[in-house]
Design a protein around this ligand. Structure first.
Ligand SMILES: Nc1nc2c(ncn2[C@@H]2O[C@H](COP(=O)(O)OP(=O)(O)OP(=O)(O)O)[C@@H](O)[C@H]2O)c(=O)[nH]1
Length: 296
């Protein structure tokens, strides 16, 4: 007998059961279907979550954009407001500068035409007005008068009380002279103690005489200056247009000549110009008496 190797396990030992693939159970199809359903549900859930995330991202982006735009708008508004404030400030500064320049120009033109001590029109403005008055008087056939005034012995006031007291007396005199004429007339100061009055549109020489008397009378009351009661008088020379002069120079020269004669005749008086006085004027300039001069 052939020895046959038995495949049986040795006696007394139980052989383990060979491994086998698990046989399909009866509910396996349904399970995989459920798993598929779960997977699909999970996928849908994930998709929804992704969509949600995207929506949130979109909302967030929109909000950020809106915030950014709002910030940009605020920034732009702030810039506009600041620019506007700068403009307002700049225009205020420009306006202030323009006003200051206008004031300075007005002051300069006032100073150019007025006497700094009394504020009266100066020689330049007087000559201007005299030229205009002559033109008008020539056109309308009217008369004008020029009165040349000089304080008597004014130098003594300066010498005894000082220049500042003399200045105050000149200012006080200027005020009094202005009260004696109409607003349309001109009271000017040529310099020193010399004043010239321009009376426009007078009817007769008599009008001028009345004004001259008024001027002399206005100086009768003393001037209270530096603790003193100062008495000062005036000498006045008068020339008329068209009788005594036809232009600015001859009017002024003849009024000055008449004033010189008022001084020579004793001061504190007025003198109408007369053609014979020109001999005396020549004498005054040369310092020697004229042989042809008629008696004063
Ligand atoms: N206080 C003062 N004095 C001035 C000014 N300008 C000129 N004077 C002085 O005025 C004086 C003028 O004197 P005059 O007119 O020559 O002589 P007066 O003493 O008035 O004598 P008569 O004119 O001959 O009566 C001079 O002493 C000048 O120095 C001024 O602005 N202020």
């Amino acid at each position: 007998m052939n020895a046959v190797r038995s495949r049986r396990p040795p006696t007394g030992r139980i052989a383990p059961a060979p491994e086998q693939a698990t046989p399909p159970t009866p509910g396996a199809g349904a399970l995989s279907e459920r798993e598929a359903l779960v997977t699909a549900a999970e996928a849908a859930l994930q998709q929804r979550e992704r969509a949600l995330e995207q929506r949130e991202l979109a909302v967030q982006t929109r909000e950020e954009l809106a915030n950014e735009q709002a910030l940009r708008r605020i920034h732009t508004e702030t810039q506009l407001r600041e620019a506007n404030e700068h403009l307002v400030l700049a225009s205020l500064r420009a306006q202030t500068k323009t006003e200051a320049a206008e004031t300075a120009t007005a002051q300069m033109s006032f100073l150019a035409e007025h006497d700094f001590l009394t504020g009266l029109p100066n020689r330049s403005l007087l000559l201007d007005r005299l030229a205009q008055s002559i033109t008008l008087a020539r056109r309308h056939g009217t008369k004008i008068a020029l009165m040349y005034l000089d304080l008597d012995h004014f130098k003594e006031i300066n010498d005894s009380l000082g220049h500042p007291a003399g200045d105050q007396l000149l200012q006080s005199t200027a005020q009094r002279l202005q009260t004696c004429v109409r607003n349309s007339d001109t009271v000017s100061r040529l310099g020193g103690d010399e004043f010239v009055l321009l009376l426009s549109d007078i009817d007769t020489a008599q009008d001028t005489i009345l004004t001259a008397e008024k001027l002399i009378a206005s100086m009768a009351a003393p001037h209270a200056i530096a603790g003193h009661q100062l008495h000062v008088t005036l000498s006045i020379g008068i020339s008329l247009f068209p009788d005594d002069g036809q232009d600015v120079d001859s009017m002024l020269k003849n009024a000055d000549t008449a004033m010189y004669h008022a001084k020579r005749s004793g001061r504190n008086r007025y003198q109408l110009f007369a053609p014979t006085m020109n001999f005396r004027q020549a004498e005054r300039r040369s310092g020697t008496p004229s042989e042809h001069a008629p008696p004063l």
